[in-house]
Design a binder for this molecule. Structure first.
Ligand code: CP3
Length: 343
């Protein structure tokens, strides 16, 4: 049994106070991150373990209960044969988006040590530098979310090309999803072997799908990853995260995860009841609430904590990542408030 309240909550063990961390807790809202970004590109921060380590540790001054590896969900695409860049103001751009079966067949199912060794080096370095202060979360993108970037070439509103392949050529779709799932499975296992004490699977855009389509086109591939990780002994907590997933929660739970992510559109008590109290939940403050006056912020935080009702198995977080303009002092105030809260 762990002494870390974050890991204990993931496994629904009793905790002294509710643990809290924030998705995208290392990033542009922090002045020390922006200072490093003036000197380095985002990919440099990811690829140089000393820099990734430095950025990972930056948010610890806020008092959060976990560190999350600084990396990006898109990193595996490059060694698989689909290079990309982060274009200024546009987000990620994949140079040759997938438009044919031949491109899918050409994608390499890599071993993480091959093209992602720098991430594993960062994990080892961060564990050393953390020296037991808080546990380290590793992560990867889920197959649907990664496929959407590969096919659309970047961010998308309607996911038209992605769904065109999914509906129009299911055989190629499953070939692509199968390759992504196997790479992600190996990658998360490798992060755990390197020292990650928990892993989160980010299926950020899967809420675009109906339950029937999720069950047919996505769930088997997520099960391939999470079924494997859930069988690890000793157990390593696995967080299964998505947004816009109100109609998918039961299917996501069935695909796997000790902890299911909830976004703010699902009231936490309802979402937890549907997921089942034999799983932990993470969430679910609306990230834009952090722009409100502090008394309003606290009202919303209290609402989330009261919905969890002190039941073991709640990890406080936002329903999605921190936005770039978020005031740092509000993030710190929320962290303290969660730690001080008594129902
Ligand atoms: O949480 C953390 O602190 C760890 C770091 C982290 C990053 N990306 C660094 C990053 C994590 C967990 C991610 C995950 C990620 N990356 C997701 C899933 C999570 C989510 O928010 O849904 C997605 C969809 C991506 C892909 C990605 N990377 C996009 C769409 C963008 C552009 C976003 C933007 O606002 O411009 C990125 C860039 C990126 N990855 C940044 C950071 C801190 C932006 C910072 C910068 O430009 O310096």
């Amino acid at each position: 049994m762990s002494n870390f309240r974050f890991l204990r909550a993931c496994m629904r063990q009793s905790v002294d106070v509710t643990p809290v961390w924030f998705m995208r807790q290392a990033g542009r809202y922090m002045p020390e991150y922006r200072a490093l970004r003036e000197k380095h590109t985002l990919l440099e921060l990811c690829k140089k373990p000393e820099l990734a380590c430095e950025v990972t540790l930056q948010p610890l001054r806020l008092g959060v209960d976990a560190a999350i590896l600084f990396a990006d969900i898109l990193l595996p695409l490059e060694p698989m044969g689909a290079p990309f860049e982060f274009a200024k103001g546009e987000g990620p751009v994949v140079h040759s988006p997938i438009a044919s079966r031949a491109q899918i067949d050409a994608l390499r199912v890599i071993e993480p040590q091959e093209g992602l060794g720098y991430v594993l080096d960062a994990v080892r370095m961060i564990r050393r530098e953390l020296a037991g202060r808080v546990p380290l979360i590793g992560f990867a993108g889920a197959p649907f979310t990664l496929a959407s970037y590969l096919i659309e070439g970047g961010k998308s509103t309607h996911f038209t090309k992605t769904k065109k392949l999914m509906y129009g050529d299911p055989e190629s779709w499953h070939a692509l999803m199968g390759k992504l799932a196997e790479v992600v499975r190996r990658y998360l296992r490798a992060q755990i072997e390197a020292g990650a004490q928990c892993v989160q699977l980010f299926d950020s855009w899967v809420g675009q799908l109906s339950p029937d389509d999720y069950a047919e086109y996505v769930q088997p591939h997520v099960k391939h990853i999470l079924g494997d990780l859930m069988a690890l002994s000793p157990a390593v907590p696995v967080i299964h995260f998505g947004t816009g997933t109100h109609s998918l929660l039961e299917l996501q739970r069935d695909a796997g995860g000790h902890v299911i992510g909830l976004d703010w559109r699902t009231p936490l008590a309802d979402g937890w009841a549907r997921v089942g109290h034999d799983r932990a939940v993470q969430g679910n403050l609306d990230p834009t609430v952090l722009f409100a006056p502090l008394d309003v912020v606290k009202k919303h935080v209290r609402r989330v904590l009261d919905a969890a009702g002190g039941r073991p198995g709640h990890v406080f977080n936002l329903g999605h990542g921190i936005l770039p303009e978020t005031p740092v002092d509000v993030v710190k105030a929320v962290t303290d408030f969660v730690h001080e809260y008594r129902a």
